[in-house]
Each structure stands twice: as C-alpha cells, then as structure tokens.
Ligand binder design. Structure first.
Ligand SMILES: Nc1ncnc2c1ncn2[C@@H]1O[C@H](COP(=O)(O)OP(=O)(O)OP(=O)(O)O)[C@@H](O)[C@H]1O
Length: 273
C-alpha cells in the first residue's frame, strides 16, 4: 500500500477536521467573514459554493492561518484536527492545499518529479542542500503512478497541460500524507477531458481516505463522494446540509441572485441560468 494511503490517515482520530465557531474576519475595515460556524467531520467530504466575493477563499485562508479571525469573539474556535494552535508549516502539510496561486508558483523549468519532491521541503524546486532520501523518491514515484502521471516524471512543468499540472500539485500535497485535501476552484481553465480525469482523480483520493474540501462555482465538480454542501453568501453561511437538499434551483437562485435550474445526472449535478 503506498505510504500516502497509510493506516495513519485512515485511523486518524475522530476529531473533526475543521471545527470553526463564531469566526469573523475584518479586512480593510470590512467584515468579510461574519460569525461562521462550520464543523467538518473526520470522514466527511464537503463542497463550498458561493458567488464571487462571497468569502470562500477567505474561509480557506482562515483554515491555512493566512487570515485570522477577530480574537475576542465569544465562543471562537478555529480548531483543526482537534487543535487550535498549530505550527503553520505543519498545518499546511496536514491540510494539502491546491490553489491556482500555487500552480502559478510551481510553473517553472522544473521536472514534474522534482516539483512533487519539493513538497517535502515546502520549496519550489530542489536544491543541493536538501537531504533527499531514497524513501522520498520512491514515495514520489508511487504517488505519480497512483495519479496516473508516472510517465510525466521527467517532463518540465512548463511543457505539461493545465490538467497534468493540477494533478502534479495534488501529488506534491500527497507526499505529506495529509488528512485532507483543500481544493480551491480546481477545474478552472481545464478542458472537458481534463475535468473528467481530474474528478476521477479526486474521487480516487477520497476513496483512499482523505477528506475532500472543495471550493467551486461549478456543481459538476461535486464528485459523488461529496455528500454535504455549504453555501456561502456575503461572508455568512447561507445554507449547509445534505447535497440533495441544498442543491436546489430555489437555493441557488437565492444564492446567485439569478434564475438557476438544477439538474441531476446520475451521481452528478449541473446548474443552468
Ligand atoms: N486581504 C484582503 N484585503 C481586503 N479585502 C479582502 C482581502 N481578502 C478578501 N477580501 C475581500 O473579501 C471578500 C471575499 O473575498 P474572497 O476572495 O474570500 O471571495 P471568494 O468567494 O473566494 O471569491 P471568488 O469566487 O471571486 O474567488 C471580497 O470582497 C474581497 O475583496
């Protein structure tokens, strides 16, 4: 069994991955997150949906400790995996974070293999001073093969497609055997085939025991393993519950303030406006 599918992840305590209570964030004198309360259980996969500027990325930044909430809010909790206080580097390893910003940062004249390996050092690229072990290299190859991109190991990041680059970033996050993967609009700018393959990849990772926390505008990104959807509007939780109850035309019309129709196709949803 590859290291990143280790029993450590599957047996990790039953503490919620995220336990946020009364989280409010002010930026430039404006309340951008308002009294957010979200608990994401150890075995849950969740999608977070909201209009542009509703606060989705800010919420993720509270999780990654880039943004800090108002400290004296009554009952404030920003617990992650049971702990409120984290070394930021450790935290970001335990939560594998995949954003478009990270993809832009990693888009260099570096091979796919080294990009994934650099995850161990939280660096971009590999340098002589790093103590690269054989075990690290073996794990990188295992993960690349698990994600179906082993054949790209020696390709330069600048020469692969956006979909392949997105998978490379996931591989980079997986070297730490994270408890969860946080994906911020992961299918942006991917074509249909890449989107299809990407969703299959995320499903596979969910089945391998990682929590998936997916931020998206596109209902079709909500893989069947995700059973809970949280809607965010104007920095507040607008709705939170079972996917089939939340993904209705009525809810999404109110959320996006345009007429929205929702259709279900097999285990997937699609929205039209
Ligand atoms: N560092 C900051 N300084 C000032 N305002 C900020 C900052 N970060 C976020 N905001 C504001 O907070 C609001 C929420 O932003 P956020 O990026 O979280 O929204 P979002 O839901 O992720 O949007 P999108 O779907 O467009 O990515 C926006 O109005 C944004 O301008």
């Amino acid at each position: 069994m590859p290291k990143f599918e280790s029993s450590e992840t599957k047996d990790a305590g039953q503490e919620p991955v995220i336990d946020f209570q009364n989280v409010s964030v002010i930026k430039d004198g404006r309340l951008i997150l308002d009294s957010i309360a979200i608990q994401i259980g150890a075995d849950e996969h969740v999608a977070i949906i909201g209009p542009n500027g509703s606060g989705k990325s800010s919420l993720i930044k509270v999780m990654t400790r880039e943004y800090y909430p108002i400290a004296d809010a009554p009952g404030l909790s920003t617990k992650i995996m049971g702990d409120d206080v984290w070394n930021v580097f450790d935290l970001r390893k335990r939560l594998g974070i995949i954003t478009t910003d990270l993809q832009n940062t990693c888009l260099r004249d570096t091979t796919v293999f080294d990009t994934v390996l650099s995850g161990y050092f939280s660096s971009v690229g590999i340098y002589d001073i790093f103590d690269v072990t054989l075990e690290m290299k073996v794990t990188v190859l295992e993960i690349l093969n698990f994600l179906g991109i082993g054949h790209l190991a020696e390709q330069k990041m600048t020469k692969i497609s956006s979909g392949e680059a997105r998978k490379t970033l996931i591989a980079r996050a997986l070297v730490h055997d994270p408890k969860a993967l946080i994906l911020d609009e992961p299918t942006n700018s991917l074509d249909m085939k890449s989107i299809y393959q990407f969703r299959k990849t995320i499903s596979k990772i969910a089945k391998a025991g990682k929590n998936i926390i997916l931020v998206t505008h596109d209902l079709a990104d909500i893989i069947p393993e995700i059973s809970r959807v949280i809607l965010i509007k104007d920095g507040k939780i607008f709705a939170d519950g079972k996917k089939e109850d939340i993904l209705t035309g009525e809810n999404l019309t109110a959320l996006f303030e345009v007429p929205v129709t929702v259709e279900k196709h097999g285990d997937y949803y699609a929205a039209f406006c």
